[in-house]
Design a protein around this ligand. Structure first.
Ligand SMILES: Cc1cc2nc3c(=O)[nH]c(=O)nc-3n(C[C@H](O)[C@H](O)[C@H](O)COP(=O)(O)OP(=O)(O)OC[C@H]3O[C@@H](n4cnc5c(N)ncnc54)[C@H](O)[C@@H]3O)c2cc1C
Length: 416
């Protein structure tokens, strides 16, 4: 079923055009070819002709995306992107995410996209030329290496990986895991604890991000950690006496924590809009099945249990979408959106999880099969509840922010 995207009367012409053109490409080029584009992944069969066909199709679609001026929405034109504003990109994401994997065909691939944003904001001109440009052109791959097996990822200030200065080099020692894209990466952005006496005194953070080429002696890729019972490229890596030039430091000494927060802030809105696009797809699939499948003498759509699923999922999607748009608008207008960012980070993955769960239930066995995108959505939604800051951490932040208002003698203004 094609995604039903119509102009939104409260939005400007440009955002509407972006949404409609994105939907046209998704509906005409990606949805009808989903099996051919991603079949290799679903059934695990590695067949050369299928692989070549998939590659050709992807290249054709990428060409159309570029012609439509929608390539790499997260990057400015100067670095090969189409330079969308924050809100334009957010609105585009819900349409893109309707079809699994479509983002990659529009030049947005995690973790490269997050690294590109960090390089753009914190990188020197030399670093941008050496790492950002080839990353954007698809000539290099990258990973982001922060989480450690022995320390709580939900409290990134606790990391143990160190970088110590020796002459004109940083020497890195540490142990990381869940470094996504680790097997393919040409370089990693590694979060390190730096105790640089020449760093600015006012920096309270002691974290610094370093660019580490994966072929540097001492970078030991131990394994891809299996995820949801399958092999993965979320890698466990040891850094043993890894030497990189001082020029590989990203931003000021001590700016690593701030940079990681920047990476996540806007990223959380994009992730939530992604989740909403996927919920939209799960919803369409659920409705499609409910209208066709006969059980116990009647169509599923006639059963009140299923009508309950339809109504509850509608409520979940609308609530998630409006909450995310409210948060995005607040960020865009320069307001303090910290509470809203945490709220969507908790609510949207949970709503996504519920919607995917109901759609699976309606489809029965087919729902958990590789023939539909629902099982992947379900697992993705579950993972989102602990990645990028688990639910509990965000709930604590929400409560703290709100209590601060009340202690200051004013209530919460839900209108803003
Ligand atoms: C598929 C996948 C890909 C990933 N990719 C990357 C990547 O590319 N790079 C990278 O660096 N990391 C990556 N991660 C790691 C991810 O960011 C961390 O898993 C996440 O930050 C949580 O850290 P942790 O696993 O150490 O859990 P912990 O910090 O040990 O937390 C475990 C649980 O404790 C609970 N908890 C935490 N704090 C509190 C609290 N204050 N009060 C009550 N309960 C609490 C939560 O329920 C939480 O889930 C990835 C993870 C996954 C699953």
């Amino acid at each position: 079923m094609p995604m039903n995207v119509q102009p939104i009367s409260t939005l400007g012409d440009r955002v509407n055009q972006i949404r409609l053109e994105t939907a046209r490409i998704v509906n005409e080029e990606i949805l009808p070819n989903e099996a051919a584009l991603w079949a290799l992944r679903a059934d695990g069969v590695v067949d050369e002709s299928r692989r070549n066909r998939a590659r050709e199709l992807r290249a054709q679609i990428q060409e159309r995306v570029k012609r439509a001026g929608l390539w790499a929405p997260h990057l400015p034109e100067e670095y090969g992107g189409c330079g969308l504003s924050f809100l334009e990109h957010a609105y585009m994401n819900e349409v893109l995410a309707y079809s699994i994997g479509a983002a990659a065909l529009f030049g947005v691939v995690a973790p490269n996209s997050g690294n590109q944003k960090i390089l753009l904001k914190y990188g020197s001109e030399e670093q941008k030329e050496k790492w950002l440009r080839p990353l954007t052109e698809g000539k290099l791959q990258s990973g982001f290496s922060m989480t450690e097996p022995d320390r709580a990822g939900s409290d990134p200030r606790s990391i143990r990986t160190t970088a110590r200065r020796e002459g004109d080099e940083w020497v890195i020692d540490g142990h990381k895991w869940f470094t996504s894209n680790g097997k393919r990466a040409d370089f990693l952005i590694v979060m390190c604890r730096t105790e640089d006496p020449s760093g600015p005194a006012e920096q309270n953070g002691k974290m610094t991000q370093m660019i580490v080429p994966t072929d540097t002696p001492g970078v030991k890729l131990l394994r891809g950690v299996p995820v949801w019972g399958r092999p993965s490229d979320h890698c466990e890596i040891r850094y043993e006496n890894v030497r990189v030039p001082l020029a590989n430091q990203l931003g000021q000494t001590g700016s690593g924590h701030r940079a990681a927060q920047d990476r996540l802030g806007a990223g959380r809105v994009y992730h939530c809009m992604n989740s909403i696009g996927q919920m939209w797809r799960a919803y369409d699939l659920m409705l499609q099945r409910a209208m066709q499948r006969e059980v116990h003498g009647g169509l599923l759509e006639e059963k009140q249990f299923v009508q309950g699923f339809i109504a509850d999922s509608y409520i979940d999607i609308q609530a998630a979408r409006l909450m995310t748009i409210h948060c995005a608008e607040k960020m865009d207008s320069g307001g303090d959106a910290r509470t809203d960012i945490s709220a969507i980070k908790v609510f949207v993955p949970q709503a996504f999880h519920r919607v995917a769960d109901r759609a699976i239930q309606v489809w029965g066995a087919a729902g958990v099969s590789g023939d539909l995108p629902l099982a992947g959505m379900y697992q993705g939604a579950r993972t989102l509840r602990l990645a990028d800051g688990p639910d509990e951490v965000h709930k604590i932040l929400i409560a703290k922010n709100i209590l601060k208002h009340y202690h200051g003698g004013e209530g919460w203004d839900f209108g803003n």
